[in-house]
Design a protein around this ligand. Structure first.
Ligand SMILES: [Zn+2]
Length: 278
């Protein structure tokens, strides 16, 4: 389903509205305030709700590149928007994909609890990215993932995961800097039924890295080592998430030879800036 509104990212809209304010003769001392106001107004007027972002819903088509919507506070997606997304998943038998970073840090634990409770109430199954790799229609579900290296914060959400019987996917970057304690905590999470997957060595933007050093270098130095280090620890790794969701079709094809599922992100502002191909 296509978004029903014509939207632009906050920054682009702010610049346009800011230009109009300048043209109308506003004092030059006020442009910063004007831009902030314009940005806030534009975001409120333009942002698509989760149910309008077709790319974050999986319908069993066996796609290589998946897209998730950001639950972090900074992303500004409201509980009402997320609830509409959960409704759509239940009504259409799709899997909604959501992600965040650090429970209790970038995203309140209460928001995680709301999403897990909302999924349970609507009869959504908890799906990991390995389940996508298995192929086939998965029925109505929630694929929730957490990115980067905030293992101690992930642990704070463990009681919630246990309460709702939730299985989630942790896309781990910078595994080489994790302490022994953090690695033990990851083992505990995996033992609970959660999945660990790759998210690169240094958390850099893939297209930029490829431009500078080449595709083969990106695959060999950034992507694959983040998968192999987990496999060496005994984890079954079947997916990889792009830092910042930043990707190209060329990189997708190269990584698709190593894992069957890649995860990018979808912005609530559709258009050419969104890295989601779906
Ligand atoms: Zn990341």
């Amino acid at each position: 389903m296509s978004p029903t509104r014509t939207c632009l990212p906050d920054a682009q809209r702010a610049v346009r509205v800011g230009d109009l304010i300048y043209a109308a003769g506003m004092r030059p001392a006020l442009p910063t305030l004007a831009l902030a106001l314009a940005s806030a107004l534009a975001a409120a007027a333009c942002r698509a709700d989760a149910d309008e972002l077709g790319g974050i819903f999986y319908d069993g088509d066996g796609r290589l590149v998946h897209c998730a919507l950001n639950l972090d506070s900074s992303a500004g997606n409201s509980l009402e928007s997320i609830d509409r997304g959960l409704d759509r998943a239940a009504e259409r038998g799709e899997v909604i994909e959501l992600y965040a970073h650090r429970p209790g840090g970038t995203v309140p634990l209460e928001k995680i609890a709301h999403v897990l409770a909302g999924a349970a109430e609507r009869g959504l199954a908890f799906v990991t990215y390995r389940d996508f790799a298995g192929g086939g229609g998965l029925g109505p579900g929630l694929a929730l993932s957490f990115d980067d290296s905030g293992v101690a914060d992930w642990l704070t959400a463990r009681p919630l995961f246990l309460q709702y019987g939730a299985r989630v996917t942790f896309f781990v970057s910078r595994y080489h800097v994790l302490t022994d304690d953090a690695r033990a905590q990851l083992r505990a999470l995996a033992a609970d039924g959660h999945e660990l997957a790759g998210h690169t060595v240094d958390h850099l933007r893939a297209p930029r890295y490829v431009e500078e050093f080449g595709l083969a270098a990106y695959v060999a130095e950034q992507a694959l080592p983040s998968i192999d280090v987990l496999r060496a620890e005994g984890y079954e790794v079947t997916s990889f998430a792009y830092p910042f969701g930043a990707r190209t079709g060329e990189i997708d094809r190269a990584l698709g030879r190593h894992v069957p599922v890649l995860r990018s992100v979808a912005f609530p502002f559709p258009g050419p800036t969104s890295p989601c191909p779906n």
